[in-house]
Design a protein around this ligand. Structure first.
Ligand code: NCD
Length: 325
């Protein structure tokens, strides 16, 4: 176990004056470049600790309530793993159908209940703005793990951490987002977060799934060049990060519309011949058909490594809001 003097990031007492102590994490709009540098520093430290000793007691005695009103594999299990690797424990409510939510309990009452038992609440909910509502009702920190088509800030943090670890920089990059840019909350958060850096953003999507104007306007206000396309061909050769997304079937009102666009793009080894050798392909996962499994062994396929980086970023965020980083 390192002593405090060995690590500038992980103090062993609770620091109530730390700038992230007790804070909610609701939107990427909360972060500036210095914050990201700090989070990445802590995440990097977490990675070293996990590799060296696996589990350690930084959050011993702390409890996380993992409240998921929508399906999740990675986000929910990586928050659980993050808490347990830090020596804390978890109240899992992954199936709200077995909780009092089915009896008609409101989100705010559920959150007020859970904060009696837990120190931090991670919430995924189908409605945009729900995390902010929960945070207003709760005294304990609330972390947004996806609010409908709104935001997914912890995913964008792990996505930018992945780019940093894999390519060594966030400036001077061309990032191409592909697929469902309308309903995909991960790209809404990622485009906003990347606008803190000197990037060029390409959006490739079917016409009915274009990036929302609201997000594009915010990004444009930061002076970031953005361009929209319906095919990948033209932009693939210049792309440093290809961020592929799933068409969000569950968000379509008309199933016929989903059928029209579901297989719009498929990344495979043949298509990737036109891309640089020094670039990465990312995906928040789950994938359906948009990246062929034949591509998984290509060194540019970063999506499995991306999941692992997520553990370290979520460990960092939990330590920060609980005053331990
Ligand atoms: C994403 C989500 O839930 O927004 N998944 C995730 O958290 N890694 C992406 C998706 O569901 O397509």
């Amino acid at each position: 176990m390192p002593t405090e003097s060995q690590s500038p990031y992980l103090p062993f007492g609770e620091n109530k004056n730390a700038s992230w102590y007790g804070k909610d994490i609701l939107s990427v709009k909360q972060f500036n470049r210095a914050d990201l540098e700090y989070i990445f520093g802590v995440a990097h430290e977490m990675r070293g600790m996990v590799e060296r000793i696996g589990t350690f007691d930084l959050l011993k005695g702390k409890i996380l309530a993992n409240l998921f009103y929508e399906p999740s594999t990675r986000t929910s299990s990586s928050f659980t793993a993050a808490m347990e690797r830090l020596g804390g424990s978890v109240i899992p409510i992954n199936e709200v159908k077995y909780s009092s939510v089915t009896k008609g309990e409101s989100l705010t009452d559920t959150v007020r209940t859970l904060e009696c038992y837990a120190d931090v609440i991670v919430l995924r909910h189908p409605e945009t703005g729900s995390a902010a509502i929960a945070a207003k009702a709760a005294k304990k920190p609330v972390i947004n793990a996806g609010d409908g088509i709104g935001e997914h800030p912890t995913q964008a943090l792990l996505d930018t951490f992945t780019i940093m670890e894999e390519l060594g920089r966030l400036d001077n990059l061309t990032v191409t987002m592909l697929g469902d840019l309308k309903y995909g909350r991960t790209v809404h958060s990622l485009a906003r977060l990347l606008s803190l850096f000197k990037v060029k953003l390409n959006y490739v999507s079917p016409d009915i799934l274009r990036m929302p104007k609201e997000v594009m306007d915010e990004v444009a206000a930061k002076g970031i060049p953005q361009a929209e396309y319906s095919t990948l061909e033209k932009v693939l050769p210049e792309t440093d990060v290809l961020y592929v997304t799933r068409v969000q079937k569950e968000r379509f009102e008309d199933p016929a519309e989903y059928e029209k666009v579901k297989g719009a793009y498929v990344i495979d080894p043949e298509i990737m011949k036109a891309a640089k050798q020094e670039m990465i392909v990312m995906h928040p996962l789950p994938r359906v058909t948009e990246i062929s499994m034949d591509f998984d062994d290509d060194p540019r396929a970063a999506y499995f490594r991306q999941m692992e980086y997520g553990l370290y970023v979520r460990m960092a965020l939990l330590a920060m809001v609980l005053g331990k980083a």
